[in-house]
Design a protein around this ligand. Structure first.
Ligand SMILES: [Fe+2]
Ligand SMILES: [Fe+2]
Length: 182
C-alpha cells in the first residue's frame, strides 16, 4: 500500500489517515469544478491565509518603523476584526455542521477529526488573548510599543497554528468532499 505524507512540514496528521489521497491526491484538488464544496472550502482557506498574512504584514511594518501609531492602530483594528470574525464563523460551521457529517461518512478518520477539533479549541483560546490585546489597542491613542510587541508575537503565534491547521484540515477533508461531493 502506498504511504502518503502530510503536506505541512509540521503536520500533526498520521500518514495512515491519508488513504483517500490514493484516489484524490492534492495535485487533483485544483482541477475540481470551481463551484463544488471542496473548491469552495479551499477558497475559504485561501482567504483566511490572506487575512492572517495581511495583519502579520501590518505588525511587521509597524515594527520596521514604516507605519505611524494612528495608522497602524486604525488598520490593525479594522482588518483584525474582519479576519478573526471570519475565522471564528468558519470554525463554528465546521464544528456544528460539516465535521459531524464527515465523521459519519468516514468513521476511520475520527482521530483525525478529534485533532482538528482540538486545534479549534487551541486557536479559539489564542483568539481570546488576541482580542484582549486588541481591546487595549482600541483605547490606546498614544504609541505603546510594548502593546504592539505583544500583538506582534500573539498574532504571529496564532498564525503558525492557523497555517498548520488549515493545511492538515485540507489533507483530511478535501478528499472526502471531492470523492463524495457534498
Ligand atoms: Fe478548521
Ligand atoms: Fe477550515
Amino acid at each position: 500500500m502506498k504511504i502518503f505524507k502530510p503536506t505541512h512540514i509540521d503536520s500533526k496528521l498520521q500518514s495512515d489517515w491519508l488513504y483517500l489521497h490514493e484516489q484524490m491526491p492534492p495535485d487533483k484538488w485544483y482541477h475540481l469544478p470551481s463551484f463544488c464544496t471542496a473548491s469552495t472550502w479551499l477558497g475559504m482557506h485561501q482567504s483566511l491565509r490572506r487575512g492572517q498574512g495581511e495583519i502579520e504584514h501590518l505588525n511587521q511594518n509597524y515594527q520596521n518603523g514604516q507605519l505611524e501609531w494612528s495608522e497602524y492602530r486604525r488598520l490593525l483594528l479594522g482588518r483584525a476584526s474582519s479576519h478573526y470574525g471570519h475565522l471564528h464563523g468558519h470554525h463554528g460551521i465546521e464544528d456544528h455542521h460539516y465535521f459531524p457529517q464527515l465523521r459519519l461518512r468516514e468513521p476511520k478518520l475520527n482521530k483525525g477529526f478529534d485533532l482538528l477539533d482540538s486545534d479549534h479549541h487551541h486557536i479559539e483560546a489564542q483568539l481570546e488573548q488576541i482580542q484582549a490585546l486588541l481591546g487595549q489597542l482600541r483605547y490606546q491613542e498614544n504609541a505603546d510599543p510594548k502593546l504592539a510587541d505583544a500583538l506582534y508575537h500573539a498574532i504571529k503565534e496564532g498564525g503558525e497554528w492557523l497555517y498548520r491547521h488549515l493545511t492538515d484540515e485540507e489533507d483530511l477533508v478535501i478528499p472526502i468532499l471531492a470523492i463524495y461531493e457534498y
